[in-house]
Design a protein around this ligand. Sequence first.
Ligand code: P6P
Length: 338
Amino acid sequence: MTQITLTQFLLEQQRDHGAIDADLRQLVEVVASACKRIGHAVGKGALGGVLGSQGTENVQGEVQKKLDVMSNDILLQENAWGGYLAGMASEEMETFHPMPASAPLGRYLLLFDPLDGSSNIDVNVSIGTIFSVLRAPESIGKNADIQESDFLQPGSKQAAAGYAVYGPQTLLVLTFGRGVVGFTLDRDLGEWILTSEQMRIPEQTQEFAINMSNMRHWETPVKRYIDECLAGQEGPLGKNYNMRWIASMVADVHRILTRGGIFMYPRDQRSSGKAGKLRLMYEANPMSLIVEQAGGAAIDGANRILDIQPQGLHGRVGVILGSRQEVERLQTYHREFN
Ligand code: P6P
């Protein structure tokens, strides 16, 4: 069977479908190359001397793993000189990263969580890279310099989003707003090969993903929904549910893209000030675009995540996403409760 590489797929999207322009094609090629490098470093584990903590904290106040810092550096270095970016922002960095004066300014903004789920690194559980692409204002490079407010666009404005999963297989999942495609890395050739031409999330599910240890902090609608799932076929939902929690968003979301489910990291009573644990710009927005493009839904409780107007680079949000019917049920519970 003829194998379609990422390079061929992207060229066809640009040339045959006009779905992307040359700059966005080049941007995604470079990010995919950076993910190959990150996946290679992750795969070395203890043999690469990259496990354990870096001994520093990031802007979130989280202890940084050596691989967090390495992954962030790889993405910054590989994207520095291409001339398609006006700036970058990372979950690991307090402010945005302007492009070097030596490189021409481009039309896109790249945001990323360089290594999500890094608490799993040392225990050999799947982790990943999440990225989001926004368009820079037309004025950049002409009569204005990039500033933080240029990044603060609702997730519905994303030009592209994707993630890589570093697990038993190394996978890359992408959307340009025209459905969701998946690639598998041929580790012998170093090529990304198209293996999923149209990823779709089943409307219904019997599997939920949530960290149950936070139960005492949940708000009423979440408690109601989980109680109904646990009640099984004798309960109001009339079916038995299974539970999964990998504590690595990319792995949990990829499972949902593959076989359905509902992922929940809801706002809870602890986070009333922060509105949740997960980051809007680097986790919730890219994953929400991918999930919606695969036929699913993504809300913060009562509202669609992609409609949220960011207030800053590091805002957090409650995240409920996955099989549409389940997410819409929970959204109804939130709206009834509020
Ligand atoms: P907890 C990883 O740190 C992360 O940001 C997501 O990838 C994951 O879904 C969540 O946090 C896990 O959080 O509280 O269960 O460890």
